[in-house]
Ligand binder design. Structure first.
Ligand code: ATP
Ligand code: MG
Ligand code: MG
Length: 551
């Protein structure tokens, strides 16, 4: 990007390099392994890894695993897979838990220097003593301990002499600070729990603010990029680095990504999974990267979306249509066109015997925007499936698909004229009777006839059945995160977010493998789901051809 179009984070980094505040750019992406990554994380990944790439720097992947009660190895693995799937590779892989010894040594230093103390207040008392925006806090009795007393107590905390919640280590800053984060924040809490990597080695665990900046410092990170909620934590980030006199990264905050018709917090996503509102973290309706991947999103489209929305200093909510457009645009370029009929009704060509052979192979272009994609042959016969709603017995004048007494072009086939229908006893149409016009074969039409509509079809004898999962948005409300009084986000779940149909698909698709993406002509983009078997294909709708969401 040109200098004027660079976002503010890039501008800040450029200025730092210019001023020689840092010699290079080293960023990190620091997920807590307590859930799967979502599209919001993708924004942070693209930003951190993207800056390192643009500026010839480096970017680490660091697991912020300081809160053992919610962390699991399953998440550690999925996060690495997701970062790679998005197209990024870290320079170094770290775990904040690898720094527990160093963090503890630094805590002893703060204690010795009189900058931290052991506090006996309960969690509730600590909150109460902290004061409010308008009232200063009150000193904990521990605040007047001597460094020697504190050091002894801290060592006994670490040795496991105390119960959970009995004591904390707190930074000694300022109980009257206007910024409440500086009112003697907790650095360590006691928790006798097993950690996914350190096991039972520790019974004191560092708080986020204490672990985060110090981990950045150990890795010699230059720019610690985080979301806006941490803006008021920056003075604390700076205080710890200053008091320890260690490498001091610069924290820069940007607006987190919110998207309409979705929820993004891991807590809520976990609830959707645990309570079976979705089939798992990788349910194709989830905004997780595993969900988007299974839905058929490409990494390219997600990166393009992140570049498109940019990086801002103020929170806003992005219209989900922009995400959908990103995948539409990419798949329009790369997805081969195929024919599939989702709601089939039979069309019989009553004069097909005149043709001379039962089947005629028709050449169909794979991608009109990409000549190199070539073409394929599809069998055309006297017995076809077409889309039920492409036919109307009695239709308004502007209905350009097939109607009784009307004509339509069958894509890559012939023009057909409808002369009658067959109905069952309930009056439902079971068969549409047409004649074909032999002079109108696509590509070699000598008839001079013009018809307004073109519809897709598959040959009955050559089609395969496939299950199609039609996914739609998971929520009906634009902002399920702000429920009306007495409601929760769960009240806005879309009851029609998944409908399943049995489709008839062209023979070329029979060989499709999980992960293959195609455009079903006139319908939308679809991906072969992991549930597919060779003899029982399953397709997921990624997105329709255009935005048809009814507001
Ligand atoms: P959640 O609130 O969903 O649990 P989190 O911030 O606690 O998210 P982390 O695993 O700590 O999740 O996030 C790792 C990194 O991704 C952090 O640097 C965080 O700022 C960033 N991140 C998380 N959610 C978003 C989002 N919606 N938009 C942009 N960045 C995000
Ligand atoms: Mg976090
Ligand atoms: Mg979180």
């Amino acid at each position: 990007p040109t200098a004027a179009r660079r976002h503010f984070v890039r501008q800040a980094i450029d200025a730092d390099l210019e001023a020689k505040r840092f010699d290079a750019v080293r960023t990190r992406f620091p997920p807590e392994p307590n859930g799967y990554l979502h599209i919001g994380h993708a924004k942070s990944i693209c930003l951190n890894f993207g800056l390192a790439k643009e500026l010839g720097g480096s970017c680490n992947l660091r697991f912020d695993d300081t809160n053992p009660s919610k962390e699991e190895t399953e998440y550690v693995e999925s996060i690495q897979e997701d970062v790679r799937w998005l197209g990024f590779e870290w320079d170094e892989l770290h775990f904040a838990s690898d720094y527990f010894e160093q963090l503890y040594a630094w805590a002893e230093k703060l204690v010795t220097d009189g900058n931290a103390y052991v506090c006996d207040l309960t969690a509730e008392q600590t909150r109460e003593y902290r004061g409010t925006l308008t009232e200063p806090g009150r000193d904990s009795p521990g605040r007047s301990n001597t460094p020697a007393e504190n050091l002894d107590l801290l060592r006994r905390m670490k040795a496991g002499e105390f119960q959970d919640g009995e004591k904390t280590l707190r930074a000694k800053i300022d109980m009257a600070a206007p910024n409440i984060n500086l009112r003697d924040p907790v650095m360590y809490r006691i928790a006798h729990i097993n950690h996914h990597r350190t096991g039972d080695a520790w019974c004191i665990y560092p708080m986020y603010d204490w672990a985060h900046g110090q981990s950045d410092s150990i890795e010699k990170i230059t720019h610690s990029i985080c979301t806006l909620e941490f803006e008021h934590h920056r003075p604390l980030y700076d205080w710890y680095c200053d008091k320890l006199a260690i490498h001091h990264p610069r924290q820069i905050e940007f607006a987190r990504l919110n998207i309409t018709y979705t929820v993004m917090s891991k807590r809520k996503l976990l609830q959707l999974v645990r309570e079976n509102y979705v089939s798992g973290w990788d349910d194709p309706r989830m905004p997780t990267l595993v969900g988007l991947r299974r839905r058929g999103y490409t990494p390219e489209s997600i990166r393009a979306f992140c570049a498109d929305i940019g990086v801002a200093k103020f929170n806003s909510t992005i219209d989900v249509v922009r995400l959908e457009n990103a995948v539409r645009e990419h798949l329009n370029e790369v997805a081969p066109r195929r024919m599939a009929v989702l709601d089939p009704v039979k069309l019989t060509i009553t004069n097909w015997a005149e043709h001379g052979s039962d089947v005629e192979m028709m050449a169909a272009v794979n991608n009109p925007g990409d000549e190199s994609a070539g073409s394929r042959e599809i069998p055309f016969s006297g017995s076809l499936w077409i889309e039920r709603d492409d036919f109307k017995e009695e239709a308004p004048r502007k209905f350009f698909r097939l109607k009784k007494g009307g004509a339509v072009r069958l894509r890559a086939g012939y023009i057909v004229d409808c002369h009658d229908v067959v109905k069952d006893s309930a009056g439902n149409i079971t068969e549409i009777l047409c004649t074909y016009d032999p002079q109108t074969k696509s590509g070699e039409d000598s008839s001079g006839r013009k018809v307004k509509g073109t519809i897709h079809w598959v040959s009955c004898d050559h089609a395969t059945e496939a299950t199609v999962r039609n996914y739609d948005r998971l929520f009906t409300a634009e902002n399920p995160d702000s429920p009306a009084e007495g409601k929760t986000f769960l009240d806005y779940l879309n009851p029609d977010s998944l409908s399943t149909t049995t489709a008839m698909i062209e023979p070329e698709l029979a060989a499709a493998a999980a992960g293959d993406r195609v455009q079903f002509e006139r319908l939308g983009y679809y991906v072969v789901d992991a549930d597919s078997r060779d003899d029982a294909l399953v397709f997921n709708r990624i997105v329709g051809l255009r935005d048809t969401w009814a507001k």
